[in-house]
Ligand binder design. Structure first.
Ligand code: PAP
Length: 322
């Protein structure tokens, strides 16, 4: 999907650091869900994602102090965190028996920032204080740390991310685009030019920012959340300045939220087994493709020994002890 120079960024009017982007002038590589991805500020973005980013910049997008932004590399736990953040931030409003998560997929309840902006380029900012992005930290209007918004970043093991992403792509890749094998996807991912990649730079950008601006960014590992969801749900609520009260704790609210957002619960709901929603690239997307295994370490059943060694070594070198 090639864009034209119509998508020129005019945000430089009041923000000199943003260069004009003419997508058709940018280099391109094979996309996974779109025909092409292009480099922008050190990361590879699908053509429509860049179009959304440009629309946001053109409209001088800023995060408000009351905004909560979930950020993630794809397949790192987005659906789970969308559910948890929705349930935590909206908990006074909803009863657990009639909760919106019982009848809507988490992706319908928490808008995807750059997708929304791609779809509505003249009015690109979702009307929701809880949003999600796959953009790298350096593309957000918060890099100086002065924003009072809250950002939650979820990080997952590179091997599980790659295998989860590849299975997702098999289900969603448009049929008119050629098949991508797992070794081909591994090659792109490990060399850094997978969609939203390089994966390790994506993680590192948010990790460093979380150390520098701990009140603004909370960095969470999928694997840690799996191990102790109660502890992390409570910490998330504290970070969002909405700690669970003693009354809520005694009523079991934390446990109820964890149960509601669990893989077992969400993946077995009718809406997530049979339902669909509209995504920016796809008019209809089956809700069940966001629920596959929901396990830690499943990639060992899919990746070769060599792939595992390379990805582990890269993670060790690039992320160290994170
Ligand atoms: P996205 O970035 O495209 O929105 P995302 O939700 O991050 O996708 O990734 C989907 C993965 O999260 C799937 O992992 P798998 O392929 O290894 O199984 C999916 O199963 C898993 N997942 C979805 N919901 C949950 C949940 N409630 N708890 C744990 N894992 C989940």
């Amino acid at each position: 999907m090639e864009s034209s120079s119509l998508f020129t960024n005019s945000a430089t009017k009041d923000n000199q650091q943003l260069p004009d982007i003419v997508i058709s002038d940018l280099p391109k590589e094979r996309g996974w869900l779109t025909e092409y991805i292009h480099p922008y500020k050190g990361f590879w973005y699908a053509t429509p994602v860049l179009q959304g980013l440009i629309a946001l910049q053109d409209n001088h997008f800023k995060l408000k102090p009351t905004d909560v932004l979930l950020a993630s590399y794809p397949k790192s736990g987005t659906t789970w965190l969308k559910a948890l953040l929705f349930a935590i931030t909206n908990r006074p409003q909803y009863d657990f028996n009639t909760h919106p998560l019982l009848s809507s997929n988490p992706h319908e309840l928490v808008p995807h920032l750059e997708s929304y902006a791609f779809k509505y380029p003249t009015n690109p900012i979702p009307n929701s204080s809880l949003m999600h992005t796959h953009l790298a930290f350096n593309s957000l209007p918060v890099t100086d740390g002065s924003s009072k918004c809250k950002i939650v970043y979820v990080f997952r093991d590179a091997k599980d991310v790659l295998s989860s992403f590849w299975y997702f792509v098999q289900k969603l890749r448009p049929k008119d685009l050629p098949f991508i094998s797992l070794p081909e996807a591994f090659d792109q991912f490990s060399k850094g030019y997978s969609p939203f990649g390089p994966f390790w730079d994506h993680v590192m950008g948010y990790y460093k920012a979380s150390l520098e601006y701990p009140k603004m960014i909370y960095f969470l590992k999928y694997e840690d959340l799996k191990k102790d969801p109660k502890f992390h749900a409570k910490r998330l609520a504290e970070f969002l300045e909405k700690p669970f009260s003693l009354k809520e704790e005694s009523e079991g609210t934390v446990e109820k939220i964890i149960e509601l957002c669990s893989f077992e619960k969400l993946s077995n709901l009718e809406v997530n087994k049979e339902g669909t929603h509209t995504d920016f690239l796809f008019p209809t997307i089956a809700n069940n493709i966001f629920f596959r295994q929901g396990k830690v370490g499943d990639s060992k059943n899919h990746l070769s020994k060599e792939m595992i060694e390379v990805l582990d070594e890269m993670t060790k070198q690039k992320l160290g002890l994170i």
